[in-house]
Design a protein around this ligand. Structure first.
Ligand code: SIN
Ligand code: FE2
Length: 211
């Protein structure tokens, strides 16, 4: 369902069984790629959200080097685990993009964790949409336009909801105001996990066969 130009929303796209299966895939990867608290560039203030990544590239931020993609976990130094197959299939089913996602950022929101309004702009492949999958407690997702001043709307992203933003909405401001504690029992100990799939590098154009 289109909720704004370039913004597609599939409430309940993952059934409860699929949500549980995806959560199990995530949990199995956390041993190798544990959640950590990233720091803001400059100030070094810690984010309230805990993060990890799956895929060949992971998004991270720290005080010294700022926002970027890296192929290894900043704490363990190990390569990120693979993106779960469920998510790769979802990318194929919901985006018309010619290449697979390279990054799957995993955000964990517990208690008062939130994410301020920002744009996802660290990717070269801005022609690819961002695909977001929510698990666990409902998050109040605020989204607006290409500038901070544009008016915003709120969507309540519940467990199993899938959202894509691309085209005219690819660089829209968005964030999570708060989560609704206790709204889901999927995650032990409560909280919300959001997965965002992104293509980072521009896919190589198909080579013409030459004789
Ligand atoms: C993000 O923009 O990185 C996260 C959005 C969300 O948690 O739904
Ligand atoms: Fe984002």
């Amino acid at each position: 369902m289109a909720v704004a130009p370039g913004v597609a929303y599939w409430p309940g796209r993952l059934r409860p069984q699929e949500q549980a299966a995806l959560l199990a895939e995530i949990m199995a990867r956390l041993k190798d790629a544990p959640f950590y608290r990233p720091a803001m560039p400059g100030s070094g203030a810690l984010l309230s959200v805990e993060m990890t990544n799956f895929g060949p590239l992971g998004w991270l931020t720290d005080q010294a080097k700022g926002y970027r993609y890296e192929s290894t976990h900043p704490v363990t130094g190990a390569p990120w685990p693979q993106i779960p197959g469920i998510l790769l299939r979802l990318w194929t089913e919901t985006t018309a993009y010619s290449a697979p996602p390279e990054a799957c950022l995993v955000n964990l929101y517990r208690g008062p964790a939130r994410m301020g309004l920002h744009r996802d702009a660290d990717e070269e492949a801005l022609d690819a949409p961002v695909l977001s999958v929510s698990l666990g407690d409902t998050g109040l997702f605020r989204f607006g336009g290409p500038t901070r001043r544009a008016s915003t709307r709120t969507l309540k992203l519940a467990s199993g909801d899938v959202l894509a933003f691309g085209g005219p909405a690819r660089l829209m401001y968005h964030g999570i105001d708060r989560i609704q504690a206790g709204s889901s029992s999927l995650i032990a100990g409560g909280g919300r996990i959001n997965l965002t799939l992104r293509r980072v590098t521009k896919p190589q154009p198909e080579k013409e066969a030459t004789g």
